[in-house]
Design a protein. Sequence first.
Length: 116
Amino acid sequence: QVQLVESGGGLVQPGGSLTLSCAASGFTFSRYAMSWYRQAPGKERELVAGITTGGGVLNYPDYVKGRFTISRDNAKNMVYLRMNSLQPEDTAVYSCNARYSLENYWGQGTQVTVSS
């Protein structure tokens, strides 16, 4: 069955870095555009980064531009999110998303907490 499993979240101090990973299985990964979203308590889910099937990166939203980098490895069915200069406002559950035509899959998410 389709699975997206995120890992790499945790507690980090302000200014620190984390790399999130998303392992995909159960579908033809290379056909799917991949994205990372996040949702903080009491807030709506928001897009963090997106990458096309061929590795083209979509424009990052201003709130992560210059700090976050998305990448993918089609040979390993993996997508990554490198997060630098983390701030308390980056605290959220981060989820990966796979999209192709009308198919849309979500992972369970991984918690990222930025706090001193």
